[in-house]
Design a protein. Sequence first.
Length: 292
Amino acid sequence: MRVSSGHSGGGGPLASFLRARRKQVRPEQHRLASGAKRQVPGLRRDEVAFLAGISTDYYVRLEQGRERRPSRAVVDGLCEALLLDLAAARHLRELAAVEVATEGTDPGMGKERWEAVHQLLGSMTVPALLLNRWLDVVSGNALGDLLHEGLEPRNNYARMVFLAPGAQSFFTEWPELARCIVAVLRAQAGSGPESARLTELVGELDAYSDVFRSSWGEHRIYEKMLDRKLLRHPRVGPLALDQHVLELPGSEGHRIWAYHPTDGATSDALLRLGSSALPSGHPGPGPMERTE
């Protein structure tokens, strides 16, 4: 099977993104007449050009990949025409190589900071994982590892969601989670050298998952900050968790995913889960904050 790396349809990632998002905007959202004879889903190219304040010929060249460096003003107009939210607009600017100010960035975390991050993970009393921008699971605390017990592979969160046997029953709201994971990955599929890191992962998921393949083509973008996660753990039963995403500035995209219990039943279940992995006679973890 041909590997889909996000460049399907030709013209590069910017062109693919524009084509996909144009089809998702309904004419009536801009108070345009839909028309009985409209032959394309979403907006026409000339309508996007009009709404963005550019010529139709220039927009066609963008969609065909013959123009790849639109100005900031053009990108701003396209964001409005395509009704992009903040995350999708930021992604478009990255694809278009628009210069974005980055103040106070650090080129790397360094050994001492990495050690401090791992100590932080170990001290957390809730499940916690450290992931990079491509959703590789770099590290985690003991509860973080136990949280997804029984799912393999676990080296990458996207692989776990789409390829692990039993994932669709483990994740109670699997269809929504699957779309979210695709949108998080899609946010990393830029035009720079880092996009090559995604090729193998995207190709693997494309080959084995129809859901991934269709969702990837939608070019939806999502930046995870706080999510409610409902899990069905094989050992301790249902879990209701608030997933907090903690960014690590200057780390090239690493984030901590911390899962806080939303109710007393989940707090008790996590205590049982942590205690089950301890040697006999161990006093067990300290008290966990309960949410009634």
